[in-house]
Write a protein that binds this ligand. Structure first.
Ligand SMILES: [Zn+2]
Length: 550
């Protein structure tokens, strides 16, 4: 229990505050002491907390909401993308090549030409690019362009040559090399096959990482994010460098927002290294008000729907020869989940297809049985295709669903091609999840999609793309109310990370993390959310955007 002094360090007033605290949903003023909320309520209730020394900040009628919290993203890859070619605007393979060439020409000193964000769904005839296409970017420098989903990439001949991939190379476990009729690699690599090339790309140094992470955290602050739960640890190989970069930024107070790291540790050895790192590193992460926390184990059970690598219990409607791919057997996943449970570490597993969800829930059920004291809330990241019976299993387990509403504007255009209308009914079933008592948390999976939380709100409320299609929304019975949508990115994400005591709502004793907006996002026509700009972002009562307050 912290003891508060008699007077506030800061007083924010003349605001319309949406607290997300059911005991007092709206307020006019907020008193802050250091990084915590001292009082929130009507002006006459809050002003007595101010003394002569208190700094008074007139918010000029702005709307205040709790700071947005993205429950699952890849901040480092977003930041890395800012350093590579942005291919998201390409509407054909030729346009993608032009963007790639421009980038290569303007970065003559980089050996590897990296890009990301292309999507064959946007190309005429939905044609996948090939190594011959990428050879037009460069014949001499290796080129790697990652699809928007992050689960597929296309590389040029030079990259294949450096990786030693040819007709005789077998598919690695959990991965696939696309081939021509003659067995030659086409340049498309899926899932674990990506690492055959990815491992050759020189790792950024600690100082590169600091620069990338600093850029990305400031960009997140500009969108109103005050916490990101980000999967930036990826295996034991890069663990110590990435932790060092983050710890240096945190220790120098150079992280504008709070970061909860999710650790993708795909093997028992990787996981052991992460558990060891949690013991060795300074205990910045044990303080709930800290800017840096070492969070859950993150695992991948399958791939993506777009790339047809999500594991389905029945074949794809538009590719009856495949039902996707499971990354682990049940026994392999059980082993990792129980190792984490023994260490009382939270686990978050990526599962998009219903077959993947099945093995994830089975692993959670098996880990809970021998360890009923495992207090960490198990999480399912994405949880896209889930039968009613699976959702009931999740509710019984106390499982959190980490959903990404922003997937819907993209996926609604192809999801039913992939899975057919029957399975579409129980896809992205957010309202059903809520009605069953499943805790849901909002995220973006950025850079797969934009991490602008207002776009996430729009998608959760409308289930439409940005042009308003389909009219009325895709499976509109699963649309959320504006307040439910805001809860995903505030109270929901805080609950998922087991941080609801300090984050999620603007209540006395919690962190003073909040966002100033020009209008109330719960009262604005959803279409306007797409253009709404955040006026200011505050973390621990300190403004971190538009400029960082000293
Ligand atoms: Zn992800």
């Amino acid at each position: 229990m912290r003891h508060f002094p008699a007077s506030a360090t800061k007083l924010f007033y003349n605001a319309r505050i949406i607290t997300m605290d059911p005991s007092q949903p709206t307020a006019e003023a907020m008193a802050v002491w250091e990084d915590r909320i001292l009082a929130v309520g009507k002006a006459e209730e809050v002003f007595p907390w101010a003394s002569r020394k208190t700094q008074r900040i007139n918010l000029e009628g702005q709307v205040i909401v709790p700071g947005y919290n993205d429950s699952h993203m890849h901040l480092l890859y977003w930041g890395l993308g800012m350093m590579g070619a942005d291919l998201a605007a390409a509407r054909s393979v030729d346009e993608m090549i032009c963007l790639g060439r421009e980038f290569a020409d303007s970065n003559p000193n980089r050996e590897w030409i990296i890009g990301r964000g292309w999507n064959d769904e946007n190309f005429p005839g939905k044609a996948l690019p090939t190594k011959e296409d990428l050879d037009r970017v460069s014949l001499h420098r290796p080129v790697v362009f990652t699809r928007a989903c992050g689960h597929v990439c296309v590389v040029n001949s030079k990259a294949l040559e450096l990786a030693g991939i040819d007709a005789s190379t077998p598919n690695p476990p959990g991965g696939h090399i696309d081939r021509t009729g003659g067995g030659e690699p086409t340049g498309i690599l899926r899932e674990n096959a990506i690492t055959l090339v990815g491992r050759l790309i020189p790792d950024p140094t600690v100082s590169d990482l600091k620069e990338i992470l600093s850029k990305a955290t400031h960009a997140a602050a500009a969108l109103g994010l005050t916490t990101v739960q980000t999967n930036d640890l990826d295996g034991a190989g890069t663990l110590s460098m990435r932790l060092e970069a983050y710890y240096k930024l945190a220790a120098a107070r150079e992280l504008p927002i709070r970061v909860v790291l999710q650790a993708a540790m795909p093997t028992p050895d990787d996981l052991t290294a992460y558990l060891e790192a949690r013991r060795c590193y300074p205990v910045l992460g044990s303080n709930p008000g800290s800017h840096l926390t070492l969070g859950p184990l993150k695992l991948y059970a399958d791939g993506s729907l777009g790339a047809r690598t999500a594991a389905l219990s029945e074949p794809y409607a538009d590719a009856p020869d495949t039902s996707g791919m499971l990354i682990y057997t049940q026994e392999e996943l059980d082993e990792l989940v129980s190792l984490a449970a023994e260490a009382n570490l939270q686990v978050a597993v990526h599962a998009i297809g219903d077959k993947a969800l099945d093995i994830v829930l089975t692993s959670y059920e098996r880990a809970k049985r021998p360890m009923p004291g495992w207090s960490a809330r198990p999480r399912v990241v994405h949880c896209q295709i889930a039968t009613r019976q699976q959702l009931e299993r999740m509710a019984a387990l106390g499982c959190v669903a980490d959903i990404q509403p922003i997937f819907v504007p993209t996926d609604l255009h192809f999801a039913e091609d992939r899975i057919g209308a029957d399975r579409g009914v129980y896809t992205y079933a957010w309202k059903t999840m809520a009605s069953l008592g499943i805790h849901t948390a909002g995220g973006s999976d950025c850079p797969v999609e934009s991490c602008n939380p207002l776009w996430g709100l729009h998608a959760a409320i409308t289930r439409q793309d940005h042009s308003g299609n389909p009219p009325g929304g895709w499976h509109p019975e699963e649309c959320l109310t504006p307040t439910e949508a805001l809860a995903l990115f505030t109270t929901g994400s805080a609950y998922a990370a087991q941080e609801e005591a300090v984050k999620g709502s603007l209540s006395p004793g919690k962190l003073a993390d909040f966002v100033a907006l020009p209008k109330d996002p719960t009262q604005t026509p959803p279409q306007e959310l797409l253009d709404m700009q955040v006026a200011a972002t505050y973390v621990g009562g300190r403004r971190v955007w538009p400029s960082v307050e000293e």
